[in-house]
Design a binder for this molecule. Structure first.
Ligand code: SF4
Length: 377
């Protein structure tokens, strides 16, 4: 299970705090050499994670890379893994997707494309500083379908607040129109949808807008109403709500599901994290520092920590309760104690799954799952 981080974007979105740099060909070639050095040095670690044979290329914006660079990086990973994946995902920006690029991805062996659309509302896309338009997203989706992709995931954002100069008649209805647009994408609705609440994180342009009074955050009540609307509409459209933010039509994400099950993974590239079942490590969130390390400067070494049995138990609780599969009741009682479980069951913040003997958070309380989980850990 390999993750490769591409730390480049062509512009920065209003809400974003992911680690990324402005794309430049000069840094890309030095970055490529560093990633190849990391792959060579970590061959055994990579092989040790292949019980889940997946490759996930995320970012940043992987689709800004020149196709030749992308090909060289994938070939370098394939040399170690053998290149046979149960799932091979790449994240793309609609603005980068042409018929030619979609065909290239297919030939590269990509089986699943994750496209950040976020909204179909023209004003919202401009305000978010997204590079694409709604029409561009539809066109990109059609290109992927025509290239033969039958597993496409789309990201959406809900819970938008009100901003200075906003002329939308009912800002809260944007998400409803977005779902209509999603379900009528050319070539059939996406197999997978990730719906995230817009959050305001320090370091983002949005954080500055809030500080300057140019953006007012959506209330929790409104965000929850929108979350429940997303859940209902997607359930009616045949999607399984299998993780707090994720919905699938017979297409659960294999790679991400393995994260939530606590399986080991190797993260390559700047800011990427790795986990071997006991030890967590992370590369510096700084491309130049990452390159220096793989050029031989030991001062920029990755950070790492060994998780204690208690930390591992708490991670298990946090990750499994994000999923609709939940966690076996006996295990949760052993890890968290009967009193806390019984209290949450009495408040209906936990329920028994009908499928198995597991406990999980009911869908109607998914919006407050962080608070429920923090009662346990
Ligand atoms: S949201 Fe994605 S595309 Fe936008 S700045 Fe962040 S990493 Fe780049």
């Amino acid at each position: 299970m390999v993750y490769l981080h591409i730390p480049f974007c062509k512009s920065f979105c209003t809400y974003c705090t992911f680690y990324s740099e402005l794309f430049s060909l000069e840094s890309v070639s030095r970055y490529e050499a560093a990633v190849k050095a990391e792959i060579r040095a970590r061959q055994q670690e990579i092989r040790d994670t292949l019980s889940t044979p997946t490759l996930y290329i995320g970012g940043g914006t992987p689709s800004v890379l020149p196709p030749m660079v992308l090909r060289h990086l994938v070939e370098a990973v394939n040399d170690v893994t053998g290149g046979e994946y149960q799932e091979f995902t790449i994240e793309v920006n609609p603005d980068d997707v042409t018929a030619e690029f979609a065909t290239f991805l297919k030939e590269l062996g990509v089986t699943r494309v994750s496209m950040g659309i976020q909204s179909f509302d023209a004003q919202t896309l401009v305000w978010m500083h997204r590079r694409h338009t709604a029409e561009g997203a539809r066109r990109a989706f059609a290109c992927l379908r025509e290239a033969g992709f039958e597993n496409i995931s789309v990201d959406l954002i809900f819970g938008l607040g009100s901003r200075h100069g906003d002329t939308r008649s009912e800002p809260g209805m944007t998400i409803n129109a977005d779902i209509d647009a999603l379900l009528s994408l050319p070539g059939g609705p996406p197999e997978h949808i990730s719906a995230y609440q817009l959050s305001i994180e320090e370091g983002s342009a949005l954080y500055e807008q809030v500080r300057q009074g140019r953006y007012a955050e959506c209330s929790d009540e409104e965000a929850e109403r929108q979350y429940l609307m997303v859940c209902t509409r997607l359930r009616e459209a045949g999607y399984e709500h299998y993780e707090i933010s994720n919905f699938a039509r017979d297409a659960r994400a294999v790679h991400n599901s393995a994260y939530w099950s606590g399986e080991p993974y190797v993260g390559l590239g700047p800011a990427a994290h790795s986990y071997d079942g006991q030890r967590r490590s992370w590369n510096p969130a700084d491309t130049e520092a990452y390159i220096r390390y793989w050029q031989g400067d030991p001062a920029e070494a990755p950070g790492s920590e060994i998780l204690t049995p208690e930390q591992r138990a708490m991670e298990r609780v946090m990750l499994s309760l994000r999923t609709s599969d939940g966690i076996p009741e006996t295990e949760l009682r052993r890890l968290c104690g009967d009193a806390r479980i019984d209290a949450l069951l009495a408040r209906s913040h936990l329920e028994k799954s009908r499928k198995n003997a597991n406990l999980r958070i009911p869908e109607q309380y998914g919006f407050i799952s962080d608070a429920i989980i923090s009662d346990l850990v």
